[in-house]
Design a protein. Sequence first.
Length: 251
Amino acid sequence: MGYVKSSGVVIKEVSFGEADKIITVFAKGRGKITASAKGAKRPKSRLAAGTQLLCFSDFTMFKGKEIYSINSCEVIEPFYEMRSDVVKLTYAAHLIDIIDDVIQEEQPSSKVLQLFLNSLYMLAKTDKSPELIIRIFEIRLLSILGYTPYIRSCMECGTEEVANISFSFKKCGFLCRACLTHDPYAEEISQGTARALKYIVYAPMKDLYNFELSSGVLNELAGISKRYLRDRLERNFTKLDFLNELNTGNF
């Protein structure tokens, strides 16, 4: 036990009593932690700003036997821009849903935290397609977690040609047409999608978002990413279903 300092993103907040909150923080060097924020619901509380959902803050906490207790916090980046944009906020909720699923209590993951923060920044501060940001996040996250697809070449013959390439969900990688045989888990993809997958998996983190895709290639990439995410994590993430309902007017 004792006081600890760490920066982190608030990924969940739950009211507790009249004025307190219990928050979940994805913290640098500590993974996912649960902490109480006494009085944080009061407007004049010194903990009010930094314990809001999506805030990236510096925390000073006391580590108790079961949960942390926040002594002080200072906002680093509030990501306010997403709070008034229902589309961006929904995409951010999708990111949080995945992070909450894959990050364990007290299990640090600096690469995942960096990817998460970069993705939130791109959502909040840029005009880049939220759909593209999310798919980049999903594919790179799976690679960090150890589910890197084999996409340097055909898994069978080693050809590096991206023409006539399929993505096999069974074998988790590329198969050329000559090696495809009968694979019901394979989906033919365009050269643009094949190149995008390679870039997302292998690009330096600082350059990860430095590209654009046509709507057709992005739709194809989204299909690959969603299915690969579901297969590897064995869960459907449904937060983005709201956007489909919003677009069709089905509430």
